[in-house]
Design a protein around this ligand. Structure first.
Ligand code: NAD
Length: 272
């Protein structure tokens, strides 16, 4: 990985490419996987309370034996922990599991009805207290962000969204860009279901790269942050090896044309 960093609206720097740890639940191999990723140049690790592996990530980070400034950690507050005090209590528990004094980025995992604004107030206060450097959201649409903008002191600096060639989210990305919110793509590889797309396959042949590398290069050139996951050392390395070629503007147009507005997850509800 080339160390490309994006500057967030609050001035913090975030690696553009990261490593997602959803469904990495084998404690026996977890530390080795994080070591592999770190050696390949990944510096951003994306977990969540819901993934049940914050403690494994904490153990793995300790064993890297590097300075705290050498990695960037994101976690997300689960739906069941939304609300003012419960969000704060849950983040203190996350920090204990991660064996950290602070995370770099704290996200609200999903927009849910009810404690929407209270949770965000807790986020603003946790940032003031130093439990996190930056605060953001995940799976928030324009309605949610506009609502927060009218109520909150600070707006989210990151919106982590499902985004891949089948769900390119162009209007949402334009909206985020206009409001200085960095869009971070989750399931950037469409969870491995889109590699057979003819355009992706032909670009892979053209550049002697894999379909996964073509897709990640597309995210990179779109200026998004992206956090692919793999449990296999060779694929982790491969996903980091996307900095020695460039898609042309015509290739990018072809990639953009694959969009089908098809989701892996459920549609976030338009409620707050
Ligand atoms: P992904 O798009 O990263 O796909 C991962 C899958 O693709 C792997 O399990 C593997 O099957 C395949 N794969 C990866 N690299 C490959 C390669 N080089 N060649 C062939 N196959 C390959 O999907 P994901 O794990 O769902 O998303 C990435 C990360 O995003 C997660 O680990 C998690 O951190 C985050 N996430 C966030 C949310 C949210 O609501 N905020 C939801 C889901 C995931």
């Amino acid at each position: 990985i080339q160390s490309n960093y994006l500057t967030l609206a609050d001035g913090q720097k975030m690696p553009q490419q990261g490593f997602g740890v959803y469904k990495l639940t084998d404690s026996a191999t977890f530390t080795q996987t994080i070591k592999d990723a770190y050696e390949d140049g990944y510096r951003l690790f994306d977990t969540a309370q819901m993934y049940g592996n914050e403690d494994d990530l904490g153990t793995a980070l300790k064993s890297l034996n590097v300075d705290r400034d050498d990695y960037f950690i994101t976690t997300k507050v689960a739906e069941k922990n939304q609300g003012y005090q419960s969000a704060i209590d849950s983040v203190k528990e996350s920090l204990r599991k991660l064996q950290l004094d602070y995370v770099n980025l704290l996200l609200v995992h999903w927009p849910i009805n009810g404690h929407f604004f209270e949770t965000w107030q807790a986020f603003e206060d946790m940032k003031k207290e130093g439990l996190t450097k930056s605060i953001g959201v995940s799976n928030y649409g324009m309605v949610h962000l506009q609502y927060l903008a009218t109520q909150a002191h600070e707006i989210p600096v990151v919106d982590q969204l499902e985004c891949h060639p089948w769900l390119s989210e162009k209007p949402m990305i334009d909206f985020n860009n206009k409001h200085h919110i960095v869009t971070q793509a989750w399931a950037p590889l469409g969870r491995g279901r889109i590699f057979e797309e003819p355009i992706i396959k032909s670009l892979a042949e053209k550049y002697s790269k894999s379909p996964a590398q073509i897709i990640l290069r597309w995210h990179l050139q779109n200026g998004l942050s992206f956090i692919p996951k793999s449990a296999h050392a060779a694929r982790i390395k491969q996903n980091a090896d996307i900095y020695d070629f460039q898609l042309t503007s015509d290739d990018m147009k072809q990639m953009n044309s694959i969009n089908k507005n098809v989701r892996i997850s459920q549609e976030p509800e338009l409620v707050y």
